[in-house]
Design a protein around this ligand. Structure first.
Ligand SMILES: NC(=O)c1ccc[n+]([C@@H]2O[C@H](COP(=O)([O-])OP(=O)(O)OC[C@H]3O[C@@H](n4cnc5c(N)ncnc54)[C@H](O)[C@@H]3O)[C@@H](O)[C@H]2O)c1
Length: 252
């Protein structure tokens, strides 16, 4: 029995990394994936590969009209929306002294405000569909601080508590909409690629990051997608407002 049969899932950041791996899994499990991303070339290529199970829509998560258009396009393409994955994000290294106001705003606009707009924009259509599941990607750096990723960590902490507030509101309103956050460790995607070849002491960046995880390696996007699939599916119907960590033991 497919785990997402006839479920329609809107995926911000669906063109790459964790969002793309989730889109493949949604299609494999009998669902429809709407890939929403600012990277049109990669998004259209993946949608073409997935065929009738996928649709691409250009989205800038920082713009409310763009979100409204993405939800409307999802309903027009497949007839409704049951799932939302907020996976669009940027990773930036900075500390409290070097980060400019402009950079702090940019990171928080994409990672935190973009997730807020995604949740806000999808609720009415999800209610129309009888309910649904929202999954917001935070990070292990949404659970703790990071001297060298200050703005990123602040944005991911906001995603963590935004998720709980959305979950509580939807529960109080009896919308049958759940909302949970996922907290990956370092996952081998284009986001962290620039760090892997940089030298850290006598190690490559990849070796240094691998050593941070007790399992001794980076995570794969498919491993995070498997956790997201669980949260999108009816296997997780008693989970809302919760944090799901996928980090090879990093925070243990
Ligand atoms: N890779 C990791 O180690 C890691 C760890 C923890 C959390 N995360 C989080 O997982 C999520 C997915 O990251 P990934 O590793 O797959 O990265 P990725 O770079 O492969 O994918 C991110 C996608 O977001 C899109 N995007 C960026 N800004 C956008 C905007 N304004 N509007 C629409 N789309 C936009 C990009 O075009 C890209 O397709 C992010 O939120 C990231 O912060 C990643």
């Amino acid at each position: 029995m497919p785990r997402l049969e006839n479920r329609i899932v809107l995926i911000s950041g669906g063109a790459s990394g964790i969002g793309a791996a989730t889109a493949r899994l949604v299609a494999r499990e009998g669902g429809k994936a709407v890939l929403a991303d600012r990277d049109e070339a990669r998004g259209r290529a993946l949608a073409a590969e997935l065929g009738a199970a996928a649709h691409f829509i250009a989205l800038d998560v920082t713009q409310e009209p763009s979100w409204k258009a993405a939800v409307a396009a999802t309903v027009a393409a497949f007839g409704g929306v049951h799932g939302l994955l907020n996976a669009a994000g940027v990773g930036v290294r900075n500390d409290i002294e070097t980060c400019t106001l402009e950079e702090y705003r940019r990171v928080n606009d994409i990672n935190a405000l973009g997730t807020f707009l995604g949740c806000k924009s999808v609720i009415a259509a999800m209610r129309e569909a009888g309910g649904g599941s929202i999954v917001n990607i935070s990070s292990v750096l949404g659970l703790r601080g990071a001297a060298q990723a200050m703005a990123y960590s602040a944005s991911k902490g906001a995603v963590r508590t935004l998720t709980k507030s959305v979950a509580l509101h939807c529960a109080q309103m009896k919308y049958n909409i759940r909302c949970n956050s996922v907290h990956p460790g370092y996952i081998d995607t284009p986001m962290i690629a620039p760090r892997l070849d940089q030298n850290v002491g006598n190690m490559t960046g990849r070796q240094a990051l691998e050593e941070m995880h007790p399992l001794g390696r980076l995570g794969r996007p498919e491993e995070v997608a498997a956790m997201i699939l669980f949260l999108l599916s009816d296997e997780s119907t008693f989970s809302t407002g919760s944090e799901f960590v996928c980090d090879g033991g990093l925070t243990a």
